[in-house]
Design a protein around this ligand. Structure first.
Ligand code: BGC
Length: 815
């Protein structure tokens, strides 16, 4: 242990105190030993440091900071170096705000397009997500502080996120859901990781020895700190044993007592606690070094420019019929759509940033040389129908050469804490588009949303630019692409299916009661559509440019592929070339192709550049559940270079010697997996893949409610009071939506409805404790008076205890 000497001078109480928060955002300090607090702040696309009232829901404003495009946007840049630069900028701002740990990036996979937090995540592909995240981490940590990669792991739905049990087979876990974290640890060298709220195959991730010890520490060699997600701690001692060093936020000393008790009873070895403290001290001391030097203010303007550059590199052009884009000089433009005036530039929830500057498209139009003939909002932002607005928009559209139509998803639809209900953009926006099409068919759509949407209306538009959530300078970036000052070079980091029903997890998303079963296994995103030959709207890796690129001269050796790209058009531009690998053997089921490398190259017109993509440890590997190791199958491998996952321009092959591992599967028993038709796998076949029975997925309504059951489960509680409370909460949610207060309604879902009972103690910073939760549970389980008197008794005890603690603290302070 590096800090054995300081640790030897600590009391057991002091050691325990370091393992949970001092308040909502800070870790505990011990003044007499010179140990300071660390400040942890969200993340991930800007700093959300709350100076006053703290919350993890994005409710109260934070100190202004640059709002960069969100991860879903940046992933479209396919530029690892850009990720590193963003990290540097984020790190600088974090340092300017005295933050020690920046809570991001988030690298969860987009298993399903409806996950409410997809806008905060990079991709459906672990390699792409991992590489860009590693860039962020290196950039952030180069400033002297720590990144905190989240949410480890399989947190792929928001519904019941604090209770849901993710049932997934080991190979899928490794190949799909852990690889991005592995890259973040090994290549990004992240100093901290946030464990997720959910369970994995039965145990809470922060208590799960398999992922926390065997994989994270054992195989990947991680020796940093694991932080719980806010209020995610369940059995604190079990969490500590697994190596989840820091619990956030504070529980006002309640879990410290549990830890002390566990050491005394022998459940927790003091050496284990010491090691956790040692790692916490390392994080604390190394991330406070930077504050010993004098700090420079960051330049708001410079950072704003950077946010613009990132947005420019990440915009994806999805359609350009008749070369309607870039907009020709002098074209009479009708600017239509509420998002032109009030940009949709970030998501809702804990990631929300209070921007330093914010442009909208209308302001930017004034600066640009566009011939705008007017603006009309055209629709109500939150979905309400408004004929008048449509009519006015049509009037304007009639007079224009081209309509620039700003549409997308509103901030209440894409939010942390709840999943989307469907993949559509609001009906009132589609109605507007249909009406405009009747009067003017030159429509260019500027789309703003952080995740994939269905586009049954696509035939009615000639141009389509997708800006995702472009951050505070996104509107100007978009205008520069529209004007042709910037040649779009973004490519989709996720597939756009034609219909939501086409997704492989359609029948298993979200888990609504006890568990969610990942029956589709490794087949998510393009791995599924491509292998199962399902037609898509836009494939993974797709994006157009104002120029054209030719791919030539592929050469493959054992350790790399080399090829050439020529800019065969008339303007300069950047191309994202993608390396996909496909195994020719049919012994182990696999996707037809998987992304194993990429390169973004800037090329002038007429110029040809040579590109080399090196193979690495991930190029040919698969995870073998029999040997419990990564193995290589002996086979010919197709080496494919594509402009997207479905536009393969060059193919070659290479023979790779294998590791001679036994085949863990029996083809006859896993027909769906070998045929990739995984949208309706039956439970028996899924169990064959898992190697064990699936746990009961439905609530056992005969059982009394416990700590880990959620408030939503009060709907079947024995106690009338709990059922009444449930109906009141549901009514409040319905009512708030009805009167248009969708954001407030969301908060109810996120912070009450889906919260487990234990959260009442773990999330309230000492206002309630677990004995009080016992009283609440008694009430919920039908023992109203007994429960109420227990609750009041425990409340009184807590109040007295808090008062005497305050008095002791006062005396200590004075002495
Ligand atoms: C989110 C985390 C976030 C934390 C602190 C949680 O609800 O899941 O991503 O970092 O709150 O705000």
């Amino acid at each position: 242990m590096k800090y054995a000497e300081i640790i030897s001078r600590m009391t057991l109480e002091e050691k325990a105190s370091l393992t949970s928060g001092k308040d909502f955002w800070q870790s505990m300090d011990i003044g007499r030993l010179g140990i300071g607090s660390m400040f942890l702040a969200d993340g991930p696309h800007g700093i959300r440091k709350q100076a006053a009232a703290a919350d993890h829901l994005g409710l109260n404003p934070s100190i202004p900071a640059t709002c960069f495009p969100t991860a879903a946007t940046v992933a479209n840049s396919w530029n690892e170096a850009l990720g590193e630069e963003i990290g540097e900028f984020l790190g600088k701002e974090a340092v300017a705000q005295k933050v020690n740990v920046l809570l991001g990036p988030g690298v969860n996979m987009k298993r399903n397009p409806l996950c409410g937090r997809n806008f905060e995540y990079f991709s459906e592909d672990p390699y792409l997500a991992g590489k860009i995240a590693a860039g962020y981490i290196r950039g952030i940590q180069a400033q002297g502080i720590s990144a905190c990669v989240k949410h480890f792991c399989v947190n792929n739905q928001e519904e019941r996120r604090m209770a849901i049990d993710t049932v997934v087979d080991e190979r899928t876990l490794r190949e799909i859901y852990l690889t991005a974290f592995e890259i973040a640890v090994k290549e990004g060298r992240t100093k901290s990781i946030m464990s997720s709220y959910n369970r994995l195959n039965g145990s809470y991730t922060n208590e799960n020895i398999h992922i926390m010890q065997d994989i994270l520490r054992g195989e990947w060699g991680f020796n940093g700190v694991v932080v719980t997600d806010w209020g995610g701690s369940n059995d604190r001692v079990a969490g500590l044993i697994a190596g989840n060093e820091l619990e956030m936020p504070t529980t006002a000393g309640e879990t410290n007592e549990e830890i002390i008790e566990a050491v005394k009873s022998g459940r927790l070895k003091e050496e284990v606690l010491d090691q956790c403290v040692d790692r916490l001290l390392e994080l604390t001391f190394t991330t406070e070094e930077v504050y010993k030097k004098s700090q420079k203010e960051f330049s708001k303007e410079k950072h704003h420019k950077m946010a613009q550059r990132v947005a420019e590199e990440s915009i994806v052009m999805l359609k350009n019929e008749e070369n309607i884009l870039p907009i020709k000089k002098g074209t009479k433009l009708a600017v239509i759509g509420d998002f032109a005036e009030k940009p949709r530039y970030q998501g809702a929830g804990s990631s929300i940033v209070n921007p330093t500057i914010l442009h909208n498209a209308l302001d930017c139009f004034k600066e640009a040389e566009f011939n705008s003939i007017g603006y009309e909002p055209g629709f109500e932002r939150y979905g309400k129908k408004n004929k008048k607005k449509i009519e006015k928009a049509c009037e304007l559209a009639k007079k224009a050469d081209v309509i620039l139509l700003y549409i997308g998803l509103d901030e209440a639809t894409e939010a942390e804490g709840l999943d989307r209900q469907n993949m559509k953009i609001p009906e009132n926006q589609v109605e507007l588009l249909n009406a405009l099409y009747e009067v003017n068919q030159n429509i260019v759509v500027v789309l703003s949303c952080g995740s994939a949407v269905e586009m049954p209306w696509i035939k009615k538009v000639k141009g389509l630019l997708h800006g995702y959530l472009g951050g505070q300078a996104g509107s100007r970036a978009m205008l520069r692409v529209l004007a042709g000052d910037v040649n779009p070079s973004g490519k989709l980091a996720e597939t756009y299916p034609v219909h939501y029903e086409d997704t492989s997890s359609f029948n298993n998303f979200p888990g609504k009661e006890v568990s969610v079963e990942y029956r589709e296994s490794i087949y998510i995103g393009y791995r599924y559509y491509d292998t199962a030959n399902i037609e898509v709207l836009f494939p993974f890796g797709y994006g157009l440019s104002y120029t054209t690129f030719e791919y030539l001269d592929i050469k493959v050796s054992e350790d790399k592929v080399t090829f050439k790209i020529k800019n065969s058009g008339s303007v300069a531009g950047a191309e994202v070339a993608q390396l996909y690998v496909g195994c020719s053997s049919n012994e182990i089921f696999r996707p037809k192709k998987e992304l194993k490398g990429f390169a973004k190259v800037f090329i002038n017109p007429g110029e040809t550049k040579t590109v080399t993509i090196a193979f690495d440890d991930k190029t040919f590997r698969y995870f073998n559940v029999k040997t419990n190791k990564w193995e290589i199958e002996q086979s010919d491998y197709k080496i494919m270079i594509g402009a997207s996952s479905s536009d393969i321009r060059l193919i070659d092959s290479v023979f790779i010697e294998g590791t001679d591992a036994p085949n863990p599967y029996n083809k006859e028993l896993l027909p769906s997996y070998y045929s990739s038709k995984v949208s309706k796998v039956n439970v028996e076949e899924f169990e064959k893949l898992l190697g064990h029975k699936v746990p009961a997925s439905k609530w056992d309504k005969t059982k009394p409610l416990g700590y880990n059951d959620t408030i939503a489960q009060c709907q079947y509680a024995k106690g009338w009071f709990a059922r009444f409370a449930f109906y009141m909460i549901s009514f409040a949610y319905w009512f708030l939506r009805k009167i248009g207060k969708r954001m407030t309604a969301n908060v109810i879902m996120m912070s009450i409805y889906h919260m487990p009972f234990r959260g009442i103690a773990r999330m309230t910073g000492g206002v309630a404790n677990m004995p009080m939760v016992d009283g609440i549970l008694m009430i919920a389980n039908g023992h109203f008076f007994k429960g109420l008197s227990h609750l009041l008794r425990e409340r009184n005890k807590l109040v007295k205890k808090n008062k005497s603690n305050e008095a002791i603290a006062e005396v200590v302070k004075e002495s």
